[in-house]
Design a protein around this ligand. Structure first.
Ligand SMILES: Cc1cc2nc3c(=O)[nH]c(=O)nc-3n(C[C@H](O)[C@H](O)[C@H](O)COP(=O)(O)OP(=O)(O)OC[C@H]3O[C@@H](n4cnc5c(N)ncnc54)[C@H](O)[C@@H]3O)c2cc1C
Length: 252
């Protein structure tokens, strides 16, 4: 509404639904974030830094403190802006989302939730209740980087990645997601697969960055041509993978 994208005839205020706000950090390997959790609360919850380092690093890039005081993770994911950080991160982490209507509830994998620009798999009568995310496993590292023209602006390109190492220090699993690189958040499947079972060295990272450039389809804008976005995606992927690899080695 702030961007004058919509002028709804009816507004439903979900602010009083306190049970939808907060981080539920149970003993298991996954934690849940309620749809009405504000960015600010997520930033300040100790569980975020401890278990969701990718989100902790990305949060300061989302708009300005005024927006983060009010914006909710559920509103952000349901809005599904392709340039937005959080959809790319939830996709990168392999999260899943709980939708509910008067008829019942269902869980939707992030890979199926984001359908296109400003479009999700939510039905008109469904509401997003919470998102479930895996906690960072041992021997893993994460990194989020983005380039924007000014601090707080939407990203020209953003890259999120995680790396998990095996007992020999090789890559057991890598995951790479991008924002503002296509119609919705992009998961760079081939680039991520190319690293599995290999050392995370300079050559492997450069190869993965090249694959990322071939897997994205950025739209271009007055701020950056498609070619420049593609170039940035390669550079940021190399930097972010290098950093995630270092962090994984540090935690091992
Ligand atoms: C000036 C400005 C700068 C911004 N910069 C960035 C940025 O850099 N990066 C970024 O990621 N975002 C940015 N945003 C977007 C912001 O982060 C919020 O994601 C966005 O404003 C949504 O806010 P909200 O949570 O209040 O949701 P709302 O605005 O209330 O809702 C957004 C949409 O989602 C629907 N919705 C909300 N909650 C639910 C739910 N639980 N279930 C189903 N549907 C729901 C609403 O009906 C609406 O269609 C910016 C916004 C502004 C105004």
């Amino acid at each position: 509404m702030n961007f004058r994208l919509t002028q709804p005839a009816i507004l439903i205020d979900i602010n009083p639904l306190n049970e939808l706000a907060g981080v539920n950090n149970g003993a298991g390997e996954r934690l849940r974030v309620g749809a009405l959790t504000r960015y600010r609360n997520l930033e300040r919850d100790p569980a975020t830094a401890q278990h969701l380092p990718l989100i902790a690093e990305a949060l300061p890039h989302i708009a300005h403190p005024q927006i983060r005081n009010r914006g909710t993770i559920g509103g952000n994911l349901a809005h599904a802006d392709p340039a937005s950080e959080m959809p790319a991160i939830v996709l990168t982490l392999g999260g899943r989302l709980r939708a509910q209507s008067a008829k019942g509830e269902r869980w939707i994998d992030a890979a199926d939730f984001f359908v296109g620009a400003l479009t999700t798999a939510l039905e008109p009568d469904e509401m997003l209740m919470e998102v479930e995310l895996p906690k960072a496993p041992p021997r893993s590292g994460a990194c989020f980087m983005e380039m924007s023209r000014r601090r707080g602006d939407f990203a020209i390109i953003g890259v999120a990645c995680t790396v998990r190492l095996d007992d020999h220090g090789r890559c057991a699993e890598a995951r790479i997601g991008l924002c503002n690189a296509g119609d919705g958040p992009v998961f760079a499947t081939q680039a991520a697969r190319s690293l599995a079972g290999r050392a995370i060295g300079k050559n492997e990272i450069a190869e993965a960055a090249k694959l990322v450039q071939s897997e994205i389809d950025p739209g271009g804008s007055i701020h950056a041509s498609k070619e420049f976005q593609r170039h940035l995606a390669g550079v940021l992927t190399m930097r972010a993978l290098t950093k995630a690899g270092e962090r994984a080695r540090g935690s091992a």
